[in-house]
Ligand binder design. Structure first.
Ligand SMILES: [Zn+2]
Ligand SMILES: [Zn+2]
Length: 248
């Protein structure tokens, strides 16, 4: 079976010491969250914004959506939009209900953020338990448990060459296992020792034991200065690294 490429655009948490905020590029065309450095790292990879078919935003926190302003500016009126190859699909952006309103707060009244009815962008505001299809992919959306009274989604992306599940930010709850069922790869957050709404290293160990052996486990959104010695050598657990490339 052909392999599915995953680029790590960042592996760190919100207060990251020395690594970029967590985000990934799947198959050269799907963004898993859009942290502040996203546009610069796409340029570094030689991936134009026109190649991005779908942006999956797990929740409204800045370390996950803070790159949307400049990404959208480049995607709508930047050089690639003016001079690049035409898009195969309109850009689609998915996130929890209200994500467009939240982006409006972040970006302000600027027309950098297309309105909901702008034909250049297709919006998928998804409740937990829903699914949609776009650009030959099926995306299942699962409610995670990030607290703060906000909806946070995990996504399971089914691609003809593999299934990748991504938690966004969440405590370790049963829904993480639901999300990962049948996945080739689970990308899980590890917010470190923060008390609420994040996964701990002990949880990662439990999660590994609970997952099917055939599901690879990649940990992201962690503080590289605070990885316990035992956690860095856990069998069957990979720690994401900025700019690393994974084959799923
Ligand atoms: Zn976060
Ligand atoms: Zn968060």
């Amino acid at each position: 079976m052909p392999e599915l490429r995953l680029d790590c655009l960042g592996s760190g948490f919100a207060f990251s010491h020395g690594s970029y905020w967590s985000g990934f590029l799947l198959d050269g065309r799907v963004l898993l969250d859009c942290p502040p450095q996203t546009l610069a790292h796409l340029f570094r990879l030689g991936v134009p914004t026109q190649a991005i078919d779908l942006v999956l935003l797990s929740h409204e926190h800045s370390d996950h959506i803070g790159g949307m302003d400049l990404f959208l500016l480049e995607a709508t009126v930047g050089r690639a939009a003016r001079e690049g190859a035409p898009r195969e699909w309109p850009l689609a952006i998915a996130g929890p209900p209200g994500i467009h309103d939240r982006l409006r707060e972040v970006i302000g009244p600027s027309d950098r953020l297309p309105e909901r009815d702008d034909p250049r962008v297709r919006w998928f505001e998804q409740a937990g338990g829903s699914a949609f299809e776009w650009a030959g992919l099926r995306v299942e959306c699962v409610s995670m448990e990030h607290g703060h009274g906000m909806e946070a989604l995990g996504f399971r992306v089914s691609h003809p060459d593999g299934v990748v599940a991504y938690t966004g930010d969440t405590a370790y709850v049963e829904a993480v296992l639901t999300l990962a069922e049948g996945a080739d790869l689970l990308i899980t957050e590890c917010g470190g020792d923060r008390p609420y709404g994040h996964t701990s290293w002990e949880d990662v160990r439990e999660l590994r034991d609970a997952l099917a052996p055939s599901t690879r486990l990649l940990v992201t959104h962690y503080d590289p200065l605070a990885v316990p010695e035992w956690a860095s050598t856990l069998a069957g657990v990979e720690l994401a690294e900025d700019f690393a490339v994974y084959e799923v």
